[in-house]
Design a protein around this ligand. Structure first.
Ligand SMILES: Cc1cc2nc3c(=O)[nH]c(=O)nc-3n(C[C@H](O)[C@H](O)[C@H](O)COP(=O)(O)OP(=O)(O)OC[C@H]3O[C@@H](n4cnc5c(N)ncnc54)[C@H](O)[C@@H]3O)c2cc1C
Length: 486
């Protein structure tokens, strides 16, 4: 690892910052920082932990202080994001930091950038800033995230750290937008990590935090370490801030078409062509930038599986009727709202538990029919966000695989859905296939797989199946089961 003024090898850093948290030392006494000793649970109540100690640092100095105290106390310490991972990935029963006091944009040290870097596109984001607030701040500057997932409630850092992705074969997950990461290492040292030939000119690097100049930091230009940190699952130190490369604000035009899985995978079907790398439209028609497929894993009486293809085209100028119309059919929004309310009052799960597979399939088909629409346009981040449906509490399952394996992978979900249905488990919503580009080292963290094998296709175009299961019952976990699978 090449560092400037920082004497630790990458191997030593990885060894010392063991998986599951940073191993650190015993604290000295009192602190001025807010301390909350109550339990912490994920946003959806899927995981709970009673941490030994909880802190919410408000500045870099407070964060470094917390990590140094933990180091002295030989405690493990990690930081959560907004708790939207379905799994136990953010849990620690030792010291748990909350990023809520670090929810802001930070200044860029533009004097240290290489001359060819366009500083107006770089945005420095502190650990606690959520995607929703970030989108608004970028919009106000005429900028946008190049891509995002279907939800905006996560912290940007938490979402990037877990390989959160959207769709679009040309676009990577959130982590692929990062150009620089500022992370606190095992002894409470602040390090700025970038790939080799990154945005910072090492000769101009002053080694001071722009917003808190009393804090020194070192620069490490190491592509492998950078990639590991970009999707580090909170295992490689506490990230204080990241710098991302934004793009000029853009709009999306969306079209959603009802079809069947069997039509999509016919020899000349859209999916077969997409997998073969062929254009999916006739010559002269615009190819979409984003393709996503929703499908029900439960077959209709004729043996087919109803599916919905979403295509999105990126537009640099505001398209006609952007943001003016409702998304989906007139009943889609009320239906969505009703489902969210039913979930909130605890009605959804008992109802689902008593439905037959055919009834659930019909609910899926009904939802897909109401989502179908020839034209819908809005600013990018409002289209990427799937909206109210995010509020329904479910287990999420994500599987990543190579694009070429799409047919086999989806057919495996049909078989698995049949087996799960026989055991009384149903997919409460259709599954989705967002096609996206992996970055080197990108992976998904929130994998709660019942029995499917998971293949992460590093550095290749891949595809992910999203599935949802009926709502989990929040529960307090004993220490023995805390880290086991649901
Ligand atoms: C409704 C909903 C919709 C979703 N939609 C999508 C989607 O479209 N695409 C997709 O890919 N995923 C999606 N997800 C998954 C979600 O994006 C990820 O689970 C994401 O990690 C959540 O971010 P968070 O801020 O809640 O992080 P948390 O869940 O709180 O933490 C995630 C991990 O990041 C680490 N971490 C967070 N902050 C720091 C830090 N400052 N330093 C070091 N480590 C840190 C934590 O320790 C933990 O290991 C969705 C989840 C939900 C609940």
């Amino acid at each position: 690892m090449r560092t400037r003024g920082f004497n630790i090898s990458r191997r030593a850093l990885l060894r010392d910052t063991v998986v599951g948290g940073v191993m650190l030392t015993w604290p000295s006494c009192g602190t001025r920082q807010p301390v909350d000793t109550a339990g912490w649970h994920t946003a959806l109540g899927t995981e709970y932990v009673l941490a030994r100690r909880r802190w919410a640092p408000r500045t870099a100095a407070e964060l470094l202080d917390a990590v140094r105290r933990a180091a002295k106390a030989r405690r493990r310490i990690r930081m959560t994001g907004s708790g939207h991972s379905f799994s136990d990935v953010a849990l620690s029963d030792d010291w748990l930091l909350a990023p809520t006091g670090l929810a802001r944009l930070l200044p860029i040290d533009s004097g240290s950038l290489r001359p060819e870097v366009d500083a107006s596109r770089l945005v420095r984001v502190a650990a606690g800033l959520r995607v929703r607030a970030l989108n608004d701040m970028l919009d106000a500057r005429g900028l946008a995230l190049e891509n995002m997932g279907g939800f905006d409630g996560q912290t940007f850092v938490g979402a990037a750290s877990t390989g959160t992705h959207g769709s679009g074969i040309a676009f990577g997950p959130l982590a692929s937008l990062l150009v620089s990461i500022q992370v606190v290492g095992p002894d409470g040292e602040l390090m700025q990590v970038e790939p080799e030939n990154g945005v910072t000119d090492a000769a101009k690097f002053v080694g001071r935090l722009p917003e808190e100049p009393s804090i020194s930091m070192t620069l490490s230009c190491d592509t492998e370490l950078f990639n590991a940190l970009a999707v580090g699952l909170g295992c490689l130190g506490v990230i204080y801030a990241v710098t991302l490369r934004a793009v000029p604000k853009f709009w999306l035009v969306e079209k959603r078409t009802l079809t069947t899985w069997e039509r999509l995978i016919a020899d000349n079907g859209m999916l077969s062509r997409l997998v073969r790398g062929e254009p999916i439209h006739a010559p002269g028609e615009d190819e979409p930038d984003h393709v996503e497929i929703y499908y029900t894993p439960y077959n209709s009486s004729d043996g087919t599986h109803v599916a919905l293809v979403t295509q999105r085209w990126r537009k640099s100028a505001k398209p006609a009727h952007a943001g003016e119309r409702d998304r989906g059919s007139p009943v889609f929004l009320p239906e969505e709202a009703l489902t969210v309310v039913a979930d909130e009052f605890g009605i959804l799960q008992p109802v689902f538990a008593h439905l037959t597979t055919a009834a659930i399939r019909d609910l899926h088909i009904n939802g897909l029919q109401h989502m179908a629409q020839d034209y819908y346009a809005d600013v990018s981040y409002r289209i990427f966000n799937i909206g109210l449906l995010n509020l329904i509490r479910t287990y999420g399952v994500e599987l990543a695989f190579d694009l070429a394996c799409t047919k086999e992978a989806v057919e495996q979900t049909f078989a698995s859905a049949r087996d799960l249905a026989a055991a009384g488990w149903h997919h409460s919503a259709p599954l989705s296939l967002p096609y996206g580009q992996n970055i080197h080292a990108a992976n998904n963290s929130n994998i709660r797989v019942v029995h499917w094998a998971v293949h992460a296709a590093f550095s290749r175009v891949n595809c992910t199946i999203h599935g949802t299961y009926r709502r989990p019952t929040p529960r307090k976990l004993s220490s023995s089961s805390r880290y086991s699978n649901i």
